[in-house]
Design a protein around this ligand. Structure first.
Ligand code: ATP
Length: 322
């Protein structure tokens, strides 16, 4: 083929038939929750940490936006426009004024409604996959803006690694990390609704502080924990384990008291840190090395306090073309 022939080809001829993006789960190694604002949101200072449990999103040419799901818990993932991946495709198309024509497929491995940002991960992956499938070449800043409009955790799912999230969690600053950390996740039966957990957090604060006790004026401004950032920078697992913190944990435990037994089982088996992941109910355990992680995982399985146990490492990169 010579140069003049290629010029006559339709633009779509150079576009791919299929684009696949791999995207990780997250755990919040710190989740500091400020008071309830007038708009109902809470200011956050959260340190997101991407871990190696992956969803895979594939985008192919289609008519309208269609969605299929396979893998873990596929039966409880919505396949209509309420799926965050479908909403991401629609938002990207609307931004560019193009028709949203794509057949999306999600292969799920991230626990659903587990506090590990599975839906947000799929939204980030769908943004990236559709951008390439449709040949849009959207700049990074615009993609991150669309991601933030879709949900507070979506920008981090694109970003990956470790990052401090402020505002609603969408304003990211990369955090330096000096090593690999070994994680064990205890997946619970059934999910917890993120809004319900925030609601319970407010209720507990009112109970402790009286009327208005959950309001912005009464709860200290959330800020990043210096000891936790130092532990990440130096790759010191014991120090990170000691600094883990989640302000939503009392609320998750209040709604799901059985999680206390899960946390105890992992700690008694040698975990150097344990916390509820995000809004729960997944519990996250930090181990000092791969061997210790395997021992914690085995003890959790034996304890019968969770549905499933997953072992992984991090940090890992964010949404990436496969
Ligand atoms: P986060 O940690 O961001 O609060 P989560 O991990 O607790 O989220 P998700 O797995 O994102 O929770 O699922 C929460 C709800 O979102 C599900 O119950 C489901 O109804 C809906 N949902 C929408 N899109 C998806 C998706 N792509 N994958 C999973 N759930 C989705």
């Amino acid at each position: 083929m010579n140069a003049s022939e290629s010029v006559l080809e339709p633009a779509s001829a150079s576009l791919p038939d299929s684009v696949t993006v791999r995207v990780p789960a997250k755990v919040n190694v710190q989740l500091a929750v400020g008071g309830r604002r007038a708009d109902g949101f809470h200011a956050l200072a959260t340190v997101f940490f991407a871990v190696g449990l992956w969803d895979t999103v594939t985008a192919r040419p289609g008519r309208g936006v269609t969605l299929t799901v396979s893998g873990r818990d596929a039966d409880v993932v919505p396949t209509d426009d309420s799926n965050l991946a479908a909403r991401a495709a629609l938002a990207l198309a609307a931004h560019h004024g193009v028709e949203a024509n794509v057949a999306l497929h999600i292969d799920k491995d991230i626990p659903v409604a587990g506090g590990m940002a599975g839906g947000s991960a799929d939204a980030a992956a769908a943004l990236l996959a559709c951008d390439v499938l449709w040949g849009l070449g959207t700049d990074r800043e615009t993609l991150f803006g669309l991601a933030a409009d879709l949900g507070s955790d979506v920008p981090f799912s694109m970003h990956g690694g470790v990052a401090l999230g402020e505002g609603r969690g969408e304003r990211l600053t990369p955090v330096p990390v000096g090593g690999t950390f070994h994680w064990v996740f205890a997946v619970a039966d059934g999910g917890l609704s993120t809004p319900a957990v925030y609601g319970e957090c407010d209720r507990l604060r009112e109970e402790a502080g009286g009327p208005g006790g959950a309001d912005e004026s009464r709860v200290p401004q959330p800020s990043a924990d210096a000891a936790l950032l130092d532990a990440l920078a130096s790759g010191d697992a014991a120090a990170l384990g000691a600094a883990l913190g989640n302000d939503l944990q009392p609320a998750a435990l209040s709604l799901r008291p059985a999680l206390a037994r899960t946390l105890r089982a992992g700690t008694e088996a040698g975990a150097i840190g344990a916390l509820v992941s995000g809004s729960g109910p997944t519990c996250a355990f930090l181990a000092k090395d791969a061997g210790a992680a395997a021992a914690v995982a085995a003890a959790l399985v034996k304890s019968g306090t969770c549905r499933e146990v997953r072992l992984t490492e991090g940090p890992v990169p964010g949404a990436t073309l496969a």
